[in-house]
Design a protein around this ligand. Structure first.
Ligand code: NCD
Length: 406
């Protein structure tokens, strides 16, 4: 690693509550830096989801692809990923390509000047000289946020500054994963003829099985299973879910302080009116039925073993982790329309989702990862203000092709 990271300069800004910080990361009603999942409002999530749907349709045809490809050929992105990544990195790279943006990468600080003692803050400022956005993943929790403040300070002195997009910050936040998770849920819970839910040609049929079931994310019951405390994806998504009415969340995790729902997050969720329950297995009875049978969505996570301390290793020997792994029997008892999500990677040795589940209709995780590419393209289109052009082109395109507008 490079030189010391000193956050002193940003300490007072970092200490503010998130809702006070949010205006710092936008210009007018447009997001500029993407740092926290709480920056997204339900309206914005709808808007971005709609643009993502349009991009995915346009990208399939040669003229649509050409149009998208000509939107941002004058912009370049730096993918600065100093923590391992496959999906987030590649889907951002693909999203840039869809919009015609060039991108470049630094993935190993040992081959950059950080090996000579350069501060990562200097690296970021240097990238801003060459690129028009920095998409960054770091093990250091508040680093992306500080980089956004650094860019805002540069803007104040009329120096070059560019958007910062947090692609995973320590155990803290992963806002664009939450965005793609919500996009996946929007599609799954439409229960209409879009591809993700085309199996439900007759929503009424489904409703006769599950009276009270309605379209959309509101009113749904979620399960988050596995490594809740260290998983930044669960933390970011569950906070976004508080934006929707009448959400129940079961946290299904070992009652160990390294893994269980942390108190600060629990308090935050409760204070926003979410119905939060902590259980220790899928089989725990709630209102006369096991938890697994209540869920509209099950968000599985892997146990992040690479972060175990020596005492964790010891104490984890006492935990029966098989209780936090899915199997065919459990899946067969889930609601017919339920969506099984996982941010991936899954841990093949641990087996939280065995591959035998992959062919079940309820397994959404591969579609979820692909959704990441479309929704990240839509997010970049929002940040660079070309989403309006996409909507206009799409309207003309669907009129010409006589496709029912979506
Ligand atoms: C996750 C991450 O890096 O937070 N992966 C991802 O971005 N899809 C989850 C993990 O590493 O377990």
């Amino acid at each position: 690693m490079g030189g010391e990271l000193n956050f002193d300069e940003y300490e007072s800004r970092l200490a503010r509550p998130v809702r006070v910080k949010v205006p710092d990361f936008q210009v007018g009603d447009r997001l500029r830096h993407i740092i926290f999942s709480s920056q997204f409002t339900p309206q914005l999530l709808e808007r971005i989801g709609r643009v993502a749907d349009r991009i995915r349709l346009l990208a399939k045809s040669v003229p649509g692809h050409r149009f998208l490809n000509n939107l941002l050929p004058h912009k370049r992105a730096m993918l600065y990923f100093t923590q391992p990544s496959t999906r987030t990195f590649l889907s951002f790279a693909a999203a840039c390509q869809i919009l015609g943006m060039a991108c470049n990468e630094v993935r190993d600080p040992a081959v950059s000047s950080e090996a000579k003692g350069e501060s990562p803050f200097d690296s970021i400022r240097m990238f801003s000289s060459y690129f028009d956005a920095i998409i960054m993943r770091s093990a250091i929790p508040r680093f992306a946020e500080c980089c956004a403040y650094m860019m805002n300070d540069l803007a104040r002195t009329q120096r070059r500054n560019i958007p910062i997009i947090n692609a995973g910050a320590g155990a803290d936040e992963h806002p664009t994963q939450a965005l793609l998770d919500i996009y996946t849920l929007q599609r799954a819970f439409k229960f209409e003829s879009v591809r993700d839910s085309s199996k439900w040609k007759h929503f009424d049929e489904l409703r006769s099985l599950y009276p009270g079931l309605r379209q959309g994310i509101a009113g749904k019951t979620f399960g988050f299973c596995g490594d809740i405390r260290r998983g930044r994806t669960a933390r970011s998504l569950v906070q976004l879910l508080t934006l929707y009415e009448d959400i129940t969340v079961y946290f299904i995790a070992p009652q160990h302080p390294t893994l269980a729902l942390p108190n600060d997050l629990k308090e935050r969720l409760l204070s926003r009116g979410m119905n939060v329950r902590e259980v220790s297995s899928f089989e725990e009875q709630v209102d006369g039925r096991p938890v697994i049978e209540h869920l509209d969505c099950l968000y599985m996570t892997r146990i992040q073993r690479e972060h175990n301390s020596a005492s964790d290793e010891n104490e984890f020997k006492e935990i029966d982790f098989s209780r936090f792994c899915l199997n065919k029997d459990l899946v067969s008892r889930m609601r017919r329309h339920a969506a099984i999500l996982h941010p991936f990677p899954r841990d093949a040795a641990f087996g939280e989702i065995p591959t035998e589940i992959d062919s079940d209709d309820r397994a959404y995780y591969f579609r979820q990862a692909r959704n990441g590419m479309w929704v990240r393209a839509a997010l970049l289109a929002h940040v660079f203000d070309v989403d309006g052009a996409i909507n206009d082109y799409y309207d003309d395109y669907t009129r010409d092709m006589q496709i029912a507008p979506g």
